[in-house]
Design a protein. Structure first.
Length: 301
């Protein structure tokens, strides 16, 4: 029989605190704290660091949480097989995704998933901050990165093609760069942390050093500045494919693109038997973006 204190610990982590978990389990905060302390004493290990504002897992707590979630998911699946409900995705599903990508290439298709899986209680958080799956209590994260995260289960959905581009108005006023070296004489646009640009060209990897003409932490602002004629940017195709089709931006130096190591990933905590809702959502993402994502179908060769 599953130790009820194990289930309590998982609830505390999933809900982000003792009070929220207590409300879900109908247990007072004082009793929640007492039982969590009892579990830590029995195991002889500190599982969480508690402050007045937040709860943070220790490394031991992270490992125990991952193991227990897998066990609970396996038990749930076993019961569903017996009851005949294993093929039905249901329950809460928390997904986090980058803001622009989620707005442009996830939100328009979500109703398809909801229609196919009406018993799933979907929650979507859009943020450009790096989402720690445990701290954010997310079941699944969509990440655009070269490294989806050590110790996580990651499904690669697409390569994130990034091209150099500028608006026609900018190129008329400042000229079109003909070589990588020419970029040193142009206004470059990038959000904080996005430079230097690491590109792949005819002779292999190359790097573009420099500083953004406008400093910002917003990739969306960089996009709008580029469209408005503010400079040259390295942008993902998913972000500017429509603008390319409309002629609002033009690709420059087409022999160079961003490194293909950067990809679009669906990332989750490792577990032998993930809940059906998670598996169903990953399958849904695969149908959207694999093998050819929609933003690449009619834009560039």
């Amino acid at each position: 029989m599953m130790d009820p204190d194990h289930e309590l610990f998982v609830a505390v982590v999933d809900e982000g605190g003792l009070a929220a978990a207590g409300r879900r389990l109908h247990i007072s905060p004082a009793m929640m704290s007492k039982r969590l302390a009892r579990l830590e004493e029995r195991l002889g290990a500190k599982l969480v660091h508690r402050t007045t504002r937040r709860l943070a897992l220790t490394s031991t707590g992270e490992q125990l949480h991952a193991d227990l979630r897998g066990i609970l998911a396996a038990l749930d699946e076993a019961e569903r097989r017996v009851s005949g409900a294993s093929a039905v995705a249901s329950g809460a599903l928390r997904v986090t995704a980058p803001t622009s990508f989620g707005r442009m290439h996830l939100a328009p298709y979500l109703q398809r998933f909801l229609d196919a899986h009406p018993k799933v209680e979907l929650s979507i958080d859009l943020s450009d901050d790096f989402a720690d799956l445990i701290e954010s209590r997310a079941d699944l994260a969509i990440r655009i990165t070269a490294d989806p995260g050590a110790g996580l289960t990651a499904q690669r959905l697409a390569t994130n093609r990034r091209i150099l581009c500028a608006s026609p108005a900018y190129l008329v006023q400042h000229g079109t760069p003909r070589t990588i070296a020419d970029l040193g004489h142009h206004r470059l646009l990038a959000a904080d942390g996005q430079m230097p640009w690491r590109l792949i060209g005819p002779k292999g990897p190359t790097k573009v050093e420099g500083h953004s003409h406008v400093r910002t932490n917003s990739s969306e602002l960089v996009r709008e500045l580029t469209l408005a004629g503010g400079g040259v940017a390295l942008r993902s195709l998913w972000d500017i494919s429509t603008a390319l089709l409309r002629g609002e931006v033009q690709q420059i130096l087409p022999a160079y693109e961003g490194s293909s190591d950067v990809g679009l990933f669906a990332v989750q905590l490792p577990q032998a038997n993930p809940p059906r809702a998670i598996s169903a959502f990953v399958d849904f993402l695969v149908t959207l973006y694999v093998p050819t994502p929609p933003w690449e179908r009619t834009v560039l060769p």
